[in-house]
Design a protein around this ligand. Sequence first.
Ligand code: GDP
Ligand code: GDP
Length: 441
Amino acid sequence: MGNLVAIVGRPNVGKSTLFNRLIQTRQAIVDETSGTTRDRQYGKTEWGGLEFSVVDTGGWVVNSDDIFEEEINKQVKIAIQEADVILFVVDVMNGVTDLDLGVAHILRRAKGKPVILVTNKADNFNVHPLSAEFYSLGLGDPINISAINGAGTGDLLDLVISKFTKKDDQVFDTYEDTIPRIAVVGRPNAGKSSFVNALIDEERNIVTDIAGTTRDSVYTRFDKFNMDFYLVDTAGIRKKGKVTEDLEYYSVIRSIKAIENSDVCVLMLDATQGIESQDLNIFSIIQKNRKGLVVCVNKWDLVENKEQIVVKTFENTIRERLAPFTDFPIVFASASTKQRILKVLEMAKEVYTHKKVRIPTHKLNEVMLPIIERTPPPSNKGKYVKIKYITQLPNTQVPTFVFFCNLPQWIKDPYKRFLENRIREHWNLSGTQINIIIREK
Ligand code: GDP
Ligand code: GDP
């Protein structure tokens, strides 16, 4: 259950440079396996053994000099609402500007929310005294850093994690971790709240109450008729956000927690709209967190032509946009008519079991070694790469397979994809990422 660090500030102070620096080490690893580098605004990182996510709230805003003050203010408000720690970045070389004052004003009123004032572009010690001017913002000691050369960022990270109140493995509510936690996410008007309401209705009709609902609880338990699961952040979905529903990109930031708190995400699309950059941003957050995925094409009742060919085209378009990850269920549903809403849940539960699949070592080897024999990794400089043995690692977030071989460095991504695809052909792992690791033996 991660902490979320938000970077705020006016344009050109170095927010995105800082963002990149903070997530730099971890990013390479995550992106290599998930194949997504789509957004530059959200990433996961780790410091002092604590994993947390970083969001550059400015990154979703058009980042130009003539950005409206109002827009920056909204960016700051959403950060206050969603983040656990806020990094307020200013430009030490530039001195205090009116926009800085405006942001500081809002942040000072965010009682109890840890705010760190970061004086960036302090590329060398000579300029450090300039930061004194920023005491006037009333946000405590300015922390000098240089996002560009990295100076001071280690100290900054120490300070950041010291402000976390949630420990890494601490959850918001108690929940049983053998039961899937399902988050319904998507952009505004896709039909998330209609879907959740329809479910709750359905549940009431079938029988009984929903266990353990408190008004703002993160998890709502459903446990009737073979539908035992938690819906994540139901309250947050059903009562619309107080601020900034008008700005679509904020819905992305608002999805972060729900995604992080889930096992499987239902990505809600609107059948009458195409799949757009916002959907991709949300998808990317799901990927970076290695959560299971079910795509729900909602408002299917509004689509008149439901011939097989139309359905196929829909499916293909979605898979193309989300490639290289393409092995996930797509359900065409309608929150209004309730068509297939239970199917969506069934698929989500299935994806959850796929995430937890354990393939016995002997089965893996029985199936995969002959395939590898027929199509071995390409030889390199006259040397043959020989895969000897395959096993699945226990207790990983997503199924993780280790291939032991003599020359691991020569097995490249295309062959890893080949291995992944063969595994997916033989075992149903729809909706979950899998991880292929090559090790020397
Ligand atoms: P943002 O608009 O706040 O996201 O700012 P950017 O990260 O895009 O940075 C704006 C400009 O400041 C770019 O030209 C960066 O290269 C530069 N910049 C960012 N951090 C530093 C720094 O620590 N030192 C110096 N000298 N320049 C920086
Ligand atoms: P949210 O912002 O994702 O929570 O979306 P809402 O649930 O508020 O739905 C947005 C609009 O789409 C509302 O006017 C809903 O009545 C409508 N809507 C939601 N689901 C469906 C559906 O399956 N079919 C139709 N025709 N309309 C829907």
